[in-house]
Design a protein around this ligand. Structure first.
Ligand SMILES: NC(=O)c1ccc[n+]([C@@H]2O[C@H](COP(=O)([O-])OP(=O)(O)OC[C@H]3O[C@@H](n4cnc5c(N)ncnc54)[C@H](OP(=O)(O)O)[C@@H]3O)[C@@H](O)[C@H]2O)c1
Length: 268
C-alpha cells in the first residue's frame, strides 16, 4: 500500500517496542501509542531513540491510559486523525497494531519465588484490543503484531537444552503468552474476524545490548514444526524492535485481509 501507514502501539515505552515506534516515526508513518506515562515516552524517544520533538508532534498521537481500559484502547485504534468527521464513531482504524506489553516478576512474599506482577496481562491486553475491534468493526481489517517468547512451541523444544531449567521458572509468564497467541491466531478465523492478519514474534531471552542489525538475527517461521533455524540464547530488545519494523511493518500491505499469519522465532 502507499505510505504513510498508520500504526497503533501498545507497550511503546518498552525496550522492544520503542525502537520500532522510533523507526515508524522516522519513516513518516502516522502513529498512536497508548501509554501510562506520556512524558516517559517522549523523553525516551528523544533521548534513547534520537527522534526529534518535531517528528513526534507531527506523527505521534499519545493516548494516556491502561491497556485494560477499552475506551483508551479504542481511541488508540481509531484515532481522531483518521476519523475527523466522526471521532467517536468512525470506523477507520489504523493499518497495523503492535503490542509489546509485558511485566516482570516481583517478590510478593519474602519466603517464595518472585511471581508475575500481573499473570494475565498479555492475554487481557489482546482481549481488550480484539473486543474493541469487534465492537467497532473497522472498514479495513488491521494486522496485529505481538511480541511473544520462545519456549512455548507446541511442536517441541525451541530453546537450547541449557535454557530449559531457566524457562521452567517462567511458567506463569509463558502460560499468559500461550493464551495471548491463541487469541491472536483464532481471531483471523472468526466470522466476522476483527483482524485481517497477524504476526507473532517470539524472541529468545531479552538483553539490553545495542542493536546489531537485522542481518545478525537468526530467524525462522514455525510452520507445522519447531522454528529450527532460530534456536538460540539471547537477543537484544533493540534488535527485536528492528526486526519487527523491517520484517513485519515495512512489508505489511493494508487491506489484503489474508486471514492468516506467521509465527516467527528470533535470536542471535
Ligand atoms: N524478558 C525476556 O527475556 C523476554 C523474552 C521474550 C519475550 N519477552 C516478552 O516480550 C515482550 C516485550 O518485552 P520488553 O522487555 O521489551 O517489554 P518491557 O520493556 O517490559 O515493556 C513492557 C511495556 O508494557 C507496558 N505496560 C505494562 N502494563 C501495562 C498496562 N497495564 N497498560 C499499559 N501499558 C502497560 C509498559 O509500560 P510502562 O512503561 O508504563 O511500565 C511497557 O511499555 C513482553 O511481553 C515480554 O514478556 C520477554
Amino acid at each position: 500500500m502507499s505510505s504513510p501507514k498508520s500504526v497503533a502501539f501498545f507497550g511503546a515505552t518498552g525496550g522492544s517496542t520503542a525502537p520500532c515506534l522510533a523507526s515508524c516515526l522516522k519513516a513518516g508513518y502516522t502513529c498512536t501509542a497508548l501509554v501510562r506515562n506520556a512524558s516517559k515516552l517522549t523523553e525516551l524517544l528523544e533521548t534513547s531513540q534520537s527522534v526529534s520533538s518535531d517528528l513526534i508532534s507531527m506523527h505521534l498521537t499519545i493516548i494516556v491510559g491502561n491497556v485494560k481500559d477499552s475506551a483508551s484502547v479504542t481511541q488508540t485504534l481509531f484515532p481522531e486523525s483518521l476519523n475527523p468527521t466522526n471521532p467517536t464513531g468512525g470506523n477507520k482504524s489504523v493499518d497495523l497494531i503492535i503490542s509489546g506489553i509485558g511485566c516482570y516478576p516481583v517478590q510478593k512474599r519474602w519466603y517464595s519465588f518472585p511471581e508475575q506482577e500481573d499473570p494475565t496481562l498479555c492475554q487481557d491486553a489482546i482481549s481488550t484490543i480484539l473486543n474493541a475491534l469487534n465492537s467497532r468493526p473497522p472498514l479495513v481489517k488491521p494486522g496485529l503484531v505481538v511480541v511473544s517468547t520462545t519456549g512455548i512451541s507446541k511442536y517441541g523444544r525451541d530453546i537450547p537444552l541449557l535454557m530449559v531449567p531457566l524457562y521452567r521458572f517462567l511458567h506463569t509468564a509463558h502460560q499468559d503468552k500461550i493464551v495471548m497467541e491463541n487469541l491472536v491466531i483464532k481471531a483471523v478465523t472468526e466470522d466476522p474476524a476483527p483482524i485481517g492478519s497477524y504476526a507473532v514474534v517470539r524472541a529468545s531471552l531479552l538483553t539490553v545490548g545495542p542493536a546489531l542489525g537485522v542481518d545478525k538475527i537468526r530467524w525462522d517461521i514455525e510452520d507445522g514444526k519447531v522454528a529450527e533455524k532460530a534456536i538460540g540464547y539471547t537477543i537484544s530488545r533493540a534488535d527485536v524492535g528492528g526486526f519487527v519494523f523491517e520484517k513485519v511493518v515495512v512489508p505489511f500491505e493494508s487491506g489484503k485481509n489474508e486471514r492468516t499469519g506467521k509465527v516467527y522465532s528470533i535470536t542471535y
